[in-house]
Design a protein around this ligand. Structure first.
Ligand SMILES: Cc1ncc(C[n+]2csc(CCOP(=O)(O)OP(=O)(O)O)c2C)c(N)n1
Ligand SMILES: [Mg+2]
Length: 280
């Protein structure tokens, strides 16, 4: 799918809006991450990936693995924007019998390939899927989305080494570097820099970009897909938690936030105003 930057920005705006509306249903959640990752998800679902919205289990689909299962609200918003689940369903977010539980569950939600929650597992699963697809001569890509907190996990690096060893050119990883995790600033909890050098040393094709710059994200995804070498590809995306809603951007300890009831509408109004401004 080819998309203009303007249309991708509009997709990102709607992903942010869906996430805020789901957040309002529960009054709390991993909202900062959803706002921070919306631009990446817009490019992933509305530009880069091949899939059939009406047939989420189509064998030829590119696989999207949400390794950081607590970002489910962000992923649901993208699945709604992609037409895989309906907008009406967002009112059920986190409720009993909903297909949209607060952490990603493969058996509950169309388009959710793996269950998350235990961090650091997605890349290992992605390596297995990429090997399996290659074995079956299926040209689909595996997109593994992970968080910077998952860089602390040994399993991530074992999988990274294995992917390079197996020359998995059908594996694309994006890391959401928001420099936050549950216990504080990621680079202080466990120093990960210089992170591009580390992935390079493991044999990956590496790009580092501003993950809130639609054009940079689009170009990086295109380059990852078209890279000619038999190498796995990683896109290191620096993002801002809460992006698009200044009072959420400024919030401290924003790993999991509670938002007062009137603030949800305020946040949506700010987002709407910025969108109508950018459309002029
Ligand atoms: C294996 C494992 N260890 C610890 C946790 C607890 N935990 C839940 S979220 C989280 C923070 C992980 O960092 P990141 O995903 O970067 O946080 P965010 O950017 O969402 O704030 C942790 C440690 C977990 N879910 N799984
Ligand atoms: Mg983080």
């Amino acid at each position: 799918m080819q998309s203009s930057n303007a249309s991708l920005s509009a997709h990102a705006y709607r992903i942010r809006r869906f996430a805020l509306r789901m957040g309002e249903v529960q009054g709390q959640g991993y909202i900062g991450q959803a706002l921070g990752m919306a631009d990446i998800l817009a490019v992933t679902y509305c530009h880069a990936m091949n899939f059939r919205p009406e047939d989420p289990a189509w064998e030829g689909r590119d696989r999207f693995l949400l390794s950081h299962g607590h970002y489910a609200i962000a992923h649901y918003a993208a699945l709604i924007e992609a037409g895989i689940i309906s907008e009406d369903e967002l009112e059920t977010y986190g409720c009993d019998d909903s297909r949209l539980p607060m952490s990603g569950m493969a058996t509950y939600t169309p388009g959710m390939e793996i269950s998350g929650g235990s961090l650091g597992q997605g890349l290992s699963i992605g390596v297995g899927m990429a090997l399996g697809l290659r074995h079956k001569k299926n040209p689909a890509f595996v997109y593994n989305s992970m968080s910077d907190g998952e860089l602390d996990e040994g399993s991530t690096w074992e999988a990274a080494m294995s992917a390079a060893h197996h020359q998995l050119g059908n594996l694309i990883v994006m890391v959401d570097i928001n420099n936050q995790q549950a216990d504080g600033n990621s680079n202080q909890v466990m120093r990960f820099e210089p992170i591009a050098d580390k992935w390079n040393a493991f044999g990956w094709f590496v790009q580092r970009i501003n993950g809130n710059d639609i054009d940079a994200v689009k170009q990086a995804f295109d380059a990852a897909r078209n890279h000619p070498e038999k190498q796995p590809r990683v896109i290191l995306c620096d993002t801002l938690m809460g992006k698009g809603v200044p009072f959420l951007e400024a919030r401290e300890k924003n790993h999991f936030i509670r938002v007062d009831p009137p603030e949800w509408q305020e946040a949506i109004a700010i987002l709407d105003a910025s969108q109508s401004g950018s459309a002029k």
